[in-house]
Design a protein around this ligand. Structure first.
Ligand code: SF4
Ligand code: SF4
Length: 112
């Protein structure tokens, strides 16, 4: 689903699928660990706390999101924390619900 598509009302989230999602989890802060040495360095910045994280675009999405396809452009080399994030898991469902609610109510999206 493109980022600009109209959100649907909350009615459970049994169909959570990355193929039909606005890459909502790619708005979370992603810490880049020392073992993430395959991550292209131009996507990595140091935050105010001095921690290396994935850079974000002006709307809050990870800079590695492919804006046309809304998927990870560095999938094979993505950070460990991204590899561990499970589709349909509690955290996925929670941030999708928050995202859907904020868009429906027209309030600014949360930056994590
Ligand atoms: S893991 Fe969840 S939040 Fe992330 S893209 Fe897939 S469905 Fe969306
Ligand atoms: S590295 Fe890829 S999977 Fe991880 S937040 Fe960025 S776009 Fe999403």
């Amino acid at each position: 689903m493109p980022r600009s598509a109209a959100p649907t009302p909350a009615s459970g989230d049994a169909d959570a699928s990355c193929a039909r999602c606005d890459a909502v989890c790619c708005r979370l802060t992603v810490v880049v660990m020392p073992e993430d040495d395959a991550v292209p360095r131009h996507f990595v910045v140091r935050n105010a706390q001095g921690v290396e994280v994935m850079a974000r675009d002006e709307d809050g999405w990870c800079a590695a999101v492919d804006p046309q396809r809304l998927c990870c452009s560095i999938y094979a080399d993505r950070p460990l924390i991204c590899r561990k994030f499970s589709m349909g898991g509690p955290y996925c469902l929670d941030i999708r619900a928050t995202y859907r609610d904020q868009r429906l109510r027209g309030i600014p999206l949360t930056l994590y």
